[in-house]
Design a protein. Structure first.
Length: 177
């Protein structure tokens, strides 16, 4: 090949490469847009389907939470220190995951937090009873389902903002007045 032919061949190769590159850029931009539906319509349809599904799920979890609350109020299973989410699920014919989601959707951090809210409420009820003046704090927290005083003190302070002993003293003062 002569020098002139080689130069012509190189120029044609460069032109072909540039044209292929431009075509790739053009079709790459075309592939980003959907072929059948505009993006807005796809998003609206997807959001509508998701919202319907979420609404059904929220109703299901709301009903489950109401069932859990009724069960807790009537049977007082929280008084059992060995109560777990699995035990509760068995007792109300549900499963751990559903119970956990229902409790979280109602604003509780987890099952233990929900359980402790019932226990603290029960402790406060016991403290307000007239005969509670004769109860020891140990009796009260074990009756409510707590197994250790340190856990009871920590949880009580977390919920009420003061120690159980201070709460009892304030409660007794209010009754005397």
């Amino acid at each position: 090949m002569t020098r002139k032919q080689l130069l012509t061949s190189d120029i044609l190769v460069v032109i072909c490469n540039i044209s292929v590159f431009v075509l790739l850029l053009y079709y790459l931009d075309k592939l980003k847009t959907p072929l059948f539906f505009p993006a807005e319509k796809q998003n609206k349809d997807r959001d509508r389907i998701i919202n319907k599904s979420l609404q059904k799920d929220l109703e299901k979890y709301k009903d489950l939470f109401n069932d859990i609350s009724v069960f807790m109020e009537t049977n007082k299973p929280f008084k059992n220190s060995d109560l777990t989410i699995s035990n509760l699920a068995t007792q109300i014919n549900s499963n751990n995951t559903y119970i956990s989601k229902a409790i979280k959707l109602k604003g509780y951090a987890n099952f233990n937090n929900y359980l402790n809210s019932y226990r603290i409420k029960y402790v406060k009820e016991l403290m307000k009873e007239e005969k509670s003046k004769h109860f020891t704090l140990v009796y009260i927290y074990t009756e409510a389902g707590f197994t250790s005083q340190s856990t009871f003190n920590r949880v009580f302070k977390q919920f009420e903002g003061i120690s159980p002993a201070k709460y009892m003293k304030l409660n007794i003062k209010e009754e005397d007045e």
